[in-house]
Design a protein around this ligand. Structure first.
Ligand SMILES: Cc1ncc(COP(=O)(O)O)c(C=O)c1O
Length: 436
């Protein structure tokens, strides 16, 4: 007792502190378009009455929510949750899940997978950061290697993940016009240039933002090209089969030692568990494990523990097929009906919905860009994502990119209907303005 208390004066504000960031710091802290957009979307979430059709959160499917609640209760009572929370896993990730998943994939899909072919990450987003920078960027001999997206538009989340600038190259698609005001993108193999600097081909299947699922034929062709050029093919299977299974067209899952398959527990309904799963050859898995060790010691264990329990109960594939897939399929069809109630095929074409949680709308003759449309909609508290953000790696600006818009079809139908009504009004206003 009797000690003297000293107070260290705290500066009133820290905004004027002079601090120099590294090149890495500058690159990863700059205000990119996507940061601005994400802030908008986040703000939208907190604005009363806003209609949020922009984000990528999966649906809360009541049956899945109840299931997760029950599994967590059981895991708490059995001590499994405690066991997971109170221990580190190894840098490759929870080995009990890795062993069980390898066996599941061998038995159910016939893939030649061993535990040394699987590594876990904190969400698949961080897996892309690892893999892109592992395989692309400046090499020992000073040359630059790049990632090829064979089918733009592609996932916005890839855009800023390269340590080096100019890491990505994208190939424009061909567009097939379909009945009922729908269309579908295809890989334009005639213009697909796998130049010397390409060291990885990457495609999301189903694709965020479009809901496209590249066909088995296209996938096999890409696989063949990758093998021919001695480079891996990365398939981002965040929405795909066998889990979470948000696919409405025929699609055969594919893996071989030249394929890096990235999966995730997020769209199963567990985005907060931050669990990504990489299935690849041993060299890639060792590299990812080392990176995990350096960057995060070990990936988190709660998501993997839940997935393990789901496999033990034989529920992982079953719920994907019987609960998750039908929920999204029904929802997407309802939302297409809503769109068609408000907008004709002349005004709005819809990418064939083959999977994922988005609809991709093409306003072919729109006199304004979808960026301007986005700003006008924002003023009316409706948030959607303008198309041009989804073309990472595309060298030249493409008018088509400014005619498209992505909406998330998960919110309540009344909200979607109101959002679509306002969207169609704004489109009519833009057309009227152009006539005068
Ligand atoms: C195509 C695609 N890949 C990967 C991810 C990343 O998901 P996560 O990091 O939650 O596994 C997302 C998220 O929306 C996505 O849409």
């Amino acid at each position: 007792m009797g000690g003297v208390l000293y107070f260290i004066p705290i500066p009133k504000t820290d905004v004027n502190i002079v601090m120099k960031f590294s090149q890495f710091g500058n690159k990863f802290t700059k205000d990119s378009g996507i940061t601005r957009l994400m802030n908008d979307l986040n703000q939208g979430l907190r604005t009363p009455g806003a209609i949020m059709l922009g984000g990528g959160n999966p649906a809360h499917i009541p049956e899945m929510d109840d299931y997760f609640q029950q599994i967590l209760t059981d895991m708490t009572l059995s001590g499994q949750l405690n066991e997971t929370l109170c221990n580190y896993d190894g840098p490759q990730g929870k080995n009990t899940l890795i062993n069980a998943l390898a066996q599941e994939l061998r038995e159910k899909l016939g893939w030649e997978i061993q535990p040394q072919n699987i590594a876990l990450t904190n969400g698949s987003q961080s897996a892309f950061f690892y893999l892109f920078n592992l395989l692309a960027g400046r090499t020992e001999d000073g040359s630059i290697k790049r990632v090829l997206f064979p089918l733009a538009p592609e996932y916005i989340g890839y855009s800023d993940s390269g340590l080096d600038e100019g890491l990505f190259v994208a190939n424009k698609p061909t567009i097939e016009l379909l009945p009922n005001g729908q269309f579908k993108y295809h890989v334009d193999f005639d213009h697909l240039n796998i130049s010397e600097d390409i060291n990885l081909i990457c495609v999301s299947r189903p694709t965020n933002p479009t809901g496209n699922v590249i066909t088995d034929e296209e996938l096999l062709r890409l696989d063949g090209l990758a093998q021919q050029h001695n480079i891996p093919l990365l398939i981002d299977n965040a929405y795909g089969v066998p889990f979470p299974g948000i696919i409405f067209s025929e699609a055969t899952p594919l893996w071989n030692p030249n394929i890096i398959l990235c999966m995730s527990l997020s769209k199963l309904g567990l985005p907060g568990s931050r669990c990504g799963i990489i299935i690849a050859n041993e060299k890639i898995i060792n590299a990812v494990s080392n990176m995990n060790g350096i960057i995060s010691l070990a990936p988190g264990g709660v998501g993997p523990a839940i997935a393990l329990e789901m496999i033990r109960r034989d529920d992982l594939f079953r719920l994907s097929q019987n609960v998750i897939q039908p929920f999204y399929k029904k929802r997407v069809n309802r939302v297409i009906e809503i769109i068609r109630r408000h907008m004709s095929e002349d005004r709005c074409l819809i990418h064939k919905p083959e999977g994922a949680i988005f609809l991709w709308l093409w306003f072919k003759n729109l006199p304004i860009t979808t960026e301007v449309l986005y700003q006008r909609l924002k003023k009316r508290k409706v948030l959607m994502v303008p198309g041009h953000f989804f073309f990472p790696g595309l060298e030249h600006d493409w008018p088509h990119a400014h005619q498209c818009m992505r909406i998330n079809y998960i919110p309540d139908e009344e909200k979607i209907e109101e959002g679509i009504r306002i969207l169609s009004e704004e489109i009519e206003i833009a057309h009227r303005e152009a006539e005068y």
